[in-house]
Design a binder for this molecule. Structure first.
Ligand code: CUA
Length: 411
């Protein structure tokens, strides 16, 4: 998460500004500190010091005006690039590379969207992130996917308290404030022009095709990655556990991801949901495979669908919690807090299973204060009588096992 290793124009601009400020203030420190040290060494009192008291001056217009002038000059040196950076990071660039119509290869794009950059609505909750892609009609949580080398416009909102979006190697930070829509743009990797400019490549040479290939390799090898983000504004009990991730992918991979998120999932064993629900409503005991059992708990005793949506499943339409379409593909759960991947970002299924079990079983230990459904505060399960805490049937270990298997299958 180091800001000293930026992977996008915004983070680079912010780092440049940081260095400029460090150099200017460092210069001031050395000059003022140097004069101070010379003064105390040269004019200190020594044994048998017979030197006369130095003349006590007061008010020297030349020195005063000179110092004011120097201060103003230093402030201008910092202020001009700062203002430039503020304007640069404020306005989402509308370059040709970033317009959806010019790179998005998936289907069903409205005419308006073709001329826009990708928009992602980032919504903060205690303590997780919703990422909605309005132009593409999809919704995900905690792990956003963005295309490499393209500007992306973010709309930042919150449903409860103030959060702050911070993706250190790409951009940051802007607050998510209840009742207000903030905006920022991010970009992982340079667009073609900026990349060429930085590498002093003459693009007017007529070898555009060749250059585009080199540029593509740069995106693939240097930018394609899994980046870590964090809520950067204290927002309650589990603020420190409100992380998120950004997966930066190539254009084709992005279109595939959108398609998969749009289609969602069928019922276990590729059955249609209509057929599955018919059986579920009439003879649920005939649904006996592991995934059927998990799905039954997901729809029934676990009460998962009250808060979670899963694309494709007509009864899983909850909006209070993260959208679980493709949750089995995510390399982390519980808003980036429980990870299950290698250093090279390959999913480890055993760890994923353990994380699901742990998250369902000890949701309050994993993330204190979180709002996942807990029957009378006791754990996930069924509340048979709200007035009698004895009448709670929490999920058994066995049920949690099947639920975890089902969640893993959502990919
Ligand atoms: Cu959300 Cu801190």
């Amino acid at each position: 998460m180091s800001t000293f290793n930026p992977k996008g124009p915004i983070a680079e601009t912010q780092l440049d500004l940081f260095y400029l400020t460090v150099w200017v203030t460092g210069f001031i420190f050395v000059v003022v500190g140097g004069v101070f040290v010379v003064a105390i060494v040269k004019f200190r009192e020594r044994p048998n010091d017979n030197r006369p008291m130095p003349s006590q001056g007061h008010g020297n217009p030349l020195i005063e005006i000179g110092l004011i002038g120097a201060s103003v000059l230093l402030l201008v040196i910092i202020a001009v690039p700062t203002l430039q950076a503020i304007w640069y990071t404020h306005d989402t660039p509308m370059n040709e590379y970033s317009k959806l119509g010019n790179w998005y290869s998936g289907e069903e794009l409205s005419k308006d969207a073709e001329d826009e950059v990708l928009i992602i609505r980032v919504i903060g909750y205690q303590w997780w992130w919703e990422f909605e892609y309005p132009q593409l009609g999809i919704n995900t949580a905690n792990e956003m996917v963005i295309p490499a080398g393209k500007a992306v416009h973010l709309e930042l909102r919150s449903v409860d308290v103030i959060h702050s979006f911070w993706l250190p190697r790409i951009a940051g930070k802007v607050d998510l404030i209840p009742g207000r829509a903030n905006a920022m743009w991010i970009q992982a990797g340079d667009d073609f022009d900026r990349w060429a400019l930085k590498n002093e490549i003459d693009t007017a040479n007529g070898n555009e095709v060749e250059l585009q290939a080199v540029y593509k390799t740069y995106l693939e090898e240097e930018i394609h990655d899994y980046y870590y983000g964090q809520c950067a504004e204290f927002c309650g009990d589990s603020h420190a556990r409100m992380l998120f991730r950004a997966t930066v992918v190539g254009d084709d991979e992005f279109a595939e991801w959108v398609e998969s998120a749009r289609v969602g999932h069928t019922a276990p064993a590729g059955k249609s949901w209509d057929a599955w629900y018919d059986t579920y409503d009439q003879e649920p005991e005939s649904l006996v495979t592991d995934l059927d059992k998990g799905a039954k708990i997901f729809m029934g005793r676990g009460k998962c669908i009250a808060c979670h949506a899963v694309e494709g499943n007509p009864r899983a339409l909850g909006v209070a919690g993260p959208n679980l379409t493709n949750v089995g593909e995510r390399l982390s759960i519980a808003a980036g807090w429980l990870n299950h991947h290698t250093e090279d970002d390959v999913l480890i299924e055993d760890e994923q299973y353990d994380n699901f079990v742990r998250w369902i079983k000890e949701t309050d230990v994993v993330k204190p204060g979180n709002r996942m459904w807990k029957a009378n505060g006791n754990g996930i399960g069924e509340l048979l009588d709200p007035d009698d805490s004895e009448k709670i049937k929490l999920l058994t270990d066995n049920e949690i096992h099947y639920l975890a298997l089902y969640l893993q299958s959502l990919k």
